[in-house]
Design a protein around this ligand. Structure first.
Ligand SMILES: [Zn+2]
Length: 269
């Protein structure tokens, strides 16, 4: 299931070297700081690079692969990468497998102002949810999928009357980090129990923000939140970690659905 080789994942605290310094597109309200002003050329430079690991190229490549897995079908789902003080975000309503770097929005992390905004596209409704992972958990990448198995797992939990997905004793659980901080370094072990909180869906994606933030606070070790009848948000310190976790979780959800069909318990006795 590996699809992109990520040799040099970027840290959210590094910045892209081949674009100009703090810049802002002229089509947007003037920034409080003159140093943030930029030309249209500067805004285009934000998404122009031959480096396959540049966030603008990576988001397009990842979404193309995610489409083949059924994670971003029918323009659903999305991906965002934090690169230093810049946030790269896939737009709303775009066929994710056909997306180009020119379609991406770029936001200044500190001011939340768009440095680049394609005039014919809408910003992603996932933006406040991606920002929650960046601000509350220091994430460098956040992936949102509409994976069928993630949705099915939330339906099975709903039927069982629980708002937490729990599973134990599967090898792939080792792909999920224990938590945050020095004492929680490393990944879960084979005998550890994986727990992912589930929040209720809302009519509009952006309205999930408050409950997603509350789930992150309530579950301080979690790197993902399931959304009932909708999908999942998964984040990591960088692209490689977010992608590894998203793949591992989806594999575990597929197994969980099959185990349920076979009458096998998620927590062995
Ligand atoms: Zn969604």
């Amino acid at each position: 299931m590996a699809f992109v080789t990520l040799q040099t994942p970027r840290s959210p605290h590094s910045s892209t070297k081949n674009v100009g310094a703090e810049q802002q597109c002229r089509q947007f309200p003037r920034s409080r700081s003159k140093s943030k002003m930029a030309t249209t050329h500067d805004a285009e430079a934000l998404i122009t690079s031959h480096d396959p690991h540049h966030p603008a190229n990576l988001i397009c490549e990842l979404c193309k692969k995610f489409y083949t897995l059924g994670w971003v079908t029918g323009t659903g789902g999305g991906t965002s990468i934090r690169d230093g003080e810049r946030i790269y975000i896939a737009p709303s309503g775009v066929q994710k497998e056909l997306m180009k770097p020119q379609d991406l929005f770029v936001m200044d992390y500190a001011t939340r102002e768009y440095l680049r905004r394609p005039p014919v596209l809408k910003p992603s409704a996932c933006t406040p949810l991606f920002m929650a992972a960046f601000t509350l958990r220091g994430a460098g990448c956040c992936i949102h999928t509409h994976s069928k198995d993630a949705v099915l797992v939330t339906l099975l939990c709903e039927a069982a009357g629980t708002d937490v997905f729990e599973i134990q004793k599967l090898e792939q659980i080792k792909g999920i980090p224990k938590g945050y901080g020095e004492e929680k370094k490393g990944n879960l072990g084979y005998h550890d129990r994986l727990r992912i909180p589930i929040i209720d869906n809302t009519a509009h994606e952006e309205d999930l923000k408050d409950t997603l933030e509350a789930a992150i606070q309530q579950w301080p070790d979690t790197h993902a939140v399931l959304v009932k009848r909708h999908g999942i948000y998964v984040w990591g310190k960088d692209v490689a970690q977010a992608k590894t976790q998203c793949e591992s979780l989806d594999y575990i959800f597929q197994l969980a659905v099959e185990m349920h069909k076979l009458g096998l318990p998620w927590i062995p006795k």
